[in-house]
Design a protein around this ligand. Structure first.
Ligand SMILES: [Zn+2]
Length: 559
């Protein structure tokens, strides 16, 4: 392919002189376009932030405003989008005590001690611990307790959230400051864990966390902005070109919009706002700023809690705790009017549901709301694309509802490979058939959006992709009851992080594949995800992140 191309020369001649970084030539590596059946391309040309050519290599002429990128053997993909992430939490993880990856109670508490010494004043806030693989948990879940925190950081008010954010352990001074005693009753949908003598252990589950929320230091606007900047930085370096921001705090939407208009939002953000913003968002309708960089068009609601803290609502009791079947966080009477209002406002609904009962309830409620509100009153038409966030444990008899209603399943591959170390004990053999059942849903024509749920998980697209195609943990381990048949093909995994998140944000016409006319969002990795052995996938790195034809992250000079 050495012939010169007059067409391409024309494409690049006289390109716009403003927004100079938006004209680009990329070559020097395999280019997967994400288009079904297409052979890999060798060259992408971008003009004014959109793809103007993709295909075999041809000679190109570049003007002075054209950025020329040599992939140097890296592999280019359509922009990876995290379909479920908490951008604020990702940023705060960088700014507070990060307990992610702590290997034991001892390790986590050593980190707390070091942090306490380095930050001798004020409340200590941390996040990211997860007990499931700690040696101290060998004889059952060993959650952090106030006694652990008191020993590691004597006299301090400490709040340490479990990685999933569905439980928090606080220190004894924190219990005292919040006025929590043996007599304190947990609110509906929550639990204050107590020891044999009835004293609180410091461990708060789900809605009970509200009792200690007021101890959290108030984030001032400058710190909040810094947290979002940190979140953007981390996400761009992982190779994400966009995130679906779940539980985006309603109060932060104007800030994110300002940041985008000031050029401080390098990535796309699709906001699904906290329930407290529902009424205001219904009144205003969908919002979009900075040429669609920040779009706010969805509301996040909650049906139940999480599996790790046994807050997920099940039809039958937990296999390892026969006294409980989890906690619903809402009722049909409470949530149906919100769903109907969303239909009338043209706002997408995304409901958190983990347990089979949580999911079955949401399926039932979605159907009821859609039947109750006349379709002629649905603002924005019938193509509502409602989602269930997690869709983690399903009755196989509920799979077809995702296709029929339809419902988008927004699922997190890394949850499966982490949770499968304890899910069999929680659920028992029978319910594992419908656990993290990606392939069963895809085979029924369901759109399955891939996400990381960071900071619940690390938020690395390569870990997510690997988990989706291998269904093994990062050491290569796969338990006998991990249902390997639910792993997906690499083509499907790619869609889960590119085209399908685009669809779930109503933007598949502009995003999700590398095609002429679409926006120039790309992710390059130093490995070819479609061909390397699966075990190599999590060892790779993002090398280049491009949004709207602009480089927002580059691992090393590749020009
Ligand atoms: Zn989440």
């Amino acid at each position: 392919m050495k012939s010169s191309s007059p067409i391409l020369a024309l494409l690049l001649a006289g390109v716009a002189t403003t927004a100079s970084a938006q004209n680009m030539i990329i070559r020097g590596g395999t280019i997967h376009t994400g288009v079904d059946g297409a052979t890999p391309a060798e060259l992408v040309v971008v003009r004014d932030g959109r793809v103007s050519y993709v295909g075999p290599s041809v000679a190109t002429a570049s003007g002075p405003d054209t950025v020329v990128i040599n992939l140097k053997g890296a592999t280019l993909f359509p922009g990876f989008t995290d379909g479920h992430a908490h951008l604020d939490g990702i940023g705060w993880r960088e700014m507070t005590l990060n307990l992610e990856g702590s290997t034991s109670v001892v390790d986590a508490m050593a980190r707390l001690t070091a942090w306490a010494l380095a930050h001798p004043e004020g409340v200590i806030v941390g996040r990211g611990w997860i007990e499931t693989r700690w040696p101290e948990s060998a004889n059952g879940a060993r959650f952090l307790t106030a006694a652990d925190l008191d020993a590691a950081a004597p006299g301090r008010i400490v709040l340490l959230a479990r990685a999933d954010g569905h439980a928090t352990t606080v220190s004894t001074p924190a219990l005292r400051a919040a006025g929590i005693t043996a007599a304190t009753v947990a609110p509906e949908g929550g639990e204050i864990r107590k020891d044999a003598s009835g004293q609180p252990t410091g461990f708060f589950v789900d809605a009970a966390q509200s009792l200690i929320g007021r101890l959290m230091p108030r984030a001032d606007p400058a710190a909040t902005r810094a947290a979002y900047q940190a979140g953007f930085r981390v996400e761009a370096a992982y190779g994400w070109t966009g995130v679906h921001f779940m539980s985006a705090p309603w109060k932060d939407i104007p800030l994110l919009e300002q940041m985008a208009e000031a050029g401080e939002a390098p990535l796309r953000v699709y906001n699904s706002v906290t329930p407290d913003g529902a009424a205001a968002l219904f009144a205003s309708g969908p919002r979009s700023v900075a040429d669609g960089r920040i779009i706010t068009r969805a509301v996040k609601l909650y049906a139940d809690g999480a599996l790790g803290s046994r807050g997920a609502a099940l039809y039958a009791p937990y296999a390892d705790a026969p006294g409980t079947s989890g906690l619903m966080q809402t009722t049909g009477a409470e949530i149906l009017p919100i769903y109907e209002a969303a239909l009338r406002a043209g706002i997408q609904v995304a409901t958190h549901a983990i347990g089979d009962r949580g999911n079955g309830s949401v399926i039932d409620w979605y159907g009821k709301a859609m039947a109750a509100a006349p379709r002629t009153e649905w603002k924005g038409g019938e193509d509502v694309r409602w989602r269930i966030e997690h869709a983690q444990i399903l009755r196989p008899s509920d799979y077809s509802a995702f296709h029929d209603l339809p419902i988008i399943a927004s699922m997190q591959p890394s949850h499966a490979i982490g949770d499968f170390h304890f899910a069999p004990a929680r659920l028992g053999e029978e319910r594992l058939n419908g656990a993290y059942a990606w392939k069963s849903l895809v085979d029924r024509g369901v759109i399955v959006v891939g996400g990381s749920d960071a900071p619940v998980e690390r938020g690395d697209p390569l870990i997510e992709f690997y988990a989706a195609v291998a269904r093994r943990d990062l050491e290569g381990f796969q338990g006998p009851d991990w249902h390997p048949e639910e792993a997906v093909s690499r083509e499907t995994a790619l869609k889960m992080f590119t085209l399908w998140p685009a669809y779930a944000s109503f933007r598949e016409g502009e995003l999700g594949t590398i095609e002429v006319g679409k926006r120039a969002d790309f992710t390059a990795f130093d490995i070819d995800l479609m061909t390397v052995p699966a075990a190599e996938i999590p060892k790779g790195h993002a090398t280049l992140t491009v949004v709207d034809g602009k480089v927002v992250y580059e691992r090393e000079a590749s020009r």
